[in-house]
Write a protein that binds this ligand. Structure first.
Ligand code: URA
Length: 209
């Protein structure tokens, strides 16, 4: 089973509480999601492998560490996942960014990809799949299915708020995927919103509705 971690750094917790407030407007919401995403990227990248490299300082030659292993790609699930990309790029600026969008056919209820544009070497990369809300888990599962179908093997899922139902569904369908969240909330309501959550993350990020 992959990891499940609630990132309880005080700055992450404080900033998440700020954006739960329904009175917070689009500008502050967007900026704060960026900041939380940067802080989460710091925690999520903690197990990145290092290798030795020789470096010559102005004083002496020495052997020190640099990042080794797989390069990163960030994969936002459209549309709300876009809000987390820039914050992660602050810390991992060389990461590539792939996009993945899906809708569910209203009549057949079958998932359909409507947009998938990925770096050509996703099989070689550590993927951070990002979506602020892990609610039922449906879109995360579909997105990861789509990535695995194209060769991805090394996937971390990063969200701001998770519902127990979504965590369970994602762990059941993709037990190899590590899940990181800033909060594990109570449950879903009958409309599929997370309680207490923060509302519709896409609408709050983009000022729609
Ligand atoms: N998606 C959201 O944006 N918010 C929720 O609470 C659940 C799904």
């Amino acid at each position: 089973m992959g990891k499940f971690e609630v990132l309880d750094h005080p700055l992450i917790q404080h900033k998440l509480t700020l954006i739960r407030d329904k009175k917070i407007g689009t500008k502050i919401f967007r900026e704060t999601v960026n900041e939380i995403s940067t802080l989460m990227a710091y925690e999520v990248s903690r197990d990145m492998p290092l290798e030795d490299v020789t470096v010559e300082t102005p004083i002496a030659k020495t052997v020190k560490k640099q990042l080794a292993g797989k390069k990163v790609a960030i994969i936002p699930i459209l549309r709300a996942g876009l809000g987390m990309v820039d914050g992660i790029l602050e810390l991992i600026p060389a990461a590539k960014v792939g996009h993945i969008g899906m809708y569910r056919d209203e009549t057949t209820l079958m998932p359909h990809e409507y947009f998938v544009k990925l770096p050509s070497d996703i099989d070689q990369r550590q993927l951070f799949v990002v979506d602020p809300m892990l609610a039922t888990g449906g879109s995360a599962i579909m997105a990861i299915d789509a990535l695995k179908k194209r060769g991805a093997t090394n996937i971390k899922f990063v969200c701001l708020v998770a519902a127990p139902e979504g965590v369970k569904a994602l762990q059941t369908k993709h037990p190899d995927v590590d899940i990181y969240t800033a909060s594990l909330d109570e449950k879903l309501n009958e409309d599929g919103y997370i309680i207490p959550g923060l509302g519709d993350a896409g609408d709050r990020l983009f000022g729609t509705k």
